[in-house]
Design a protein around this ligand. Sequence first.
Ligand code: OAD
Length: 248
Amino acid sequence: MDDLIQQAAEDLAAAGKVAALTGAGISTESGIPPFRGKGGLWERFDPMEIAHIDAFTRDPARVWNILVKEMKKIVDSAKPNDGHKGLAKLEAMGKLKTVITQNIDGLHQAAGNTDVIEFHGTFAWQRCMDCSQKYETRSVDITEIPPRCSCGGILRPDAVFFGEMIPQDALWRSRQIASDCDLMLVVGTSAVVQPAALMPVVAKESGAKVVEINPERTPLTDEISDYLIMGAAGAVMNQIIEKLEQIS
Ligand code: OAD
């Protein structure tokens, strides 16, 4: 693993434009459960029953009670960990420009990254299903479920449910960034949800190096990634930054 850390630091030092694609794995060390694998949300819930837009529209109170309330509790108090801070440091060092994240927890921005594409929207805001008025999630009163807008409409997370389109600007910009970078760091994603998982493929096809950080192999590992650094995002990012600081 030491060799791969050294390799990643050298590749980052040599790269002009670096982008990152992140997933739930980067936020597990902040206490936010992932979706798949051990302890994942989809071990407890069927996503089609609880995270599909049809399920929300059919019974918003149920989805609020089972999923959204719990997420609000966790996300409201979550803090960035060394994985997020490492990516913010890479930006401060002038290496990393854009983070494309599938996460809706806002922790990249909290860590200090300034150009974050929220591919699946954000949990920081709730949106009225009738008039589209937005409310900051932290200040939404949830004594009555589902919470409502002043117009009477039901509030929903300003995030993408299964069955919904990716915000067009997020998709368009992500493709641009992926096709224009020299190196893409892929951190903490199982890379099974499309079209997010396509971004490293676009990067690779455009000539970029793809460096994965994940404790497990993913569908990208053999076909797309140049190499996988097997480990937790926080510890791996700390080691990469330490090496990078030594060589640059
Ligand atoms: P997943 O839960 O599918 O995958 C999390 C990945 O993080 C796995 O590959 C883990 O091995 C890895 N992992 C776990 N702990 C880690 C750590 N400490 N450091 C680094 N990696 C770690 O999450 P996503 O790939 O983000 O979509 O899932 C993609 C989408 O599926 C989500 O955005 C969400 C979900 O359904 C929507 O809600 C639309």
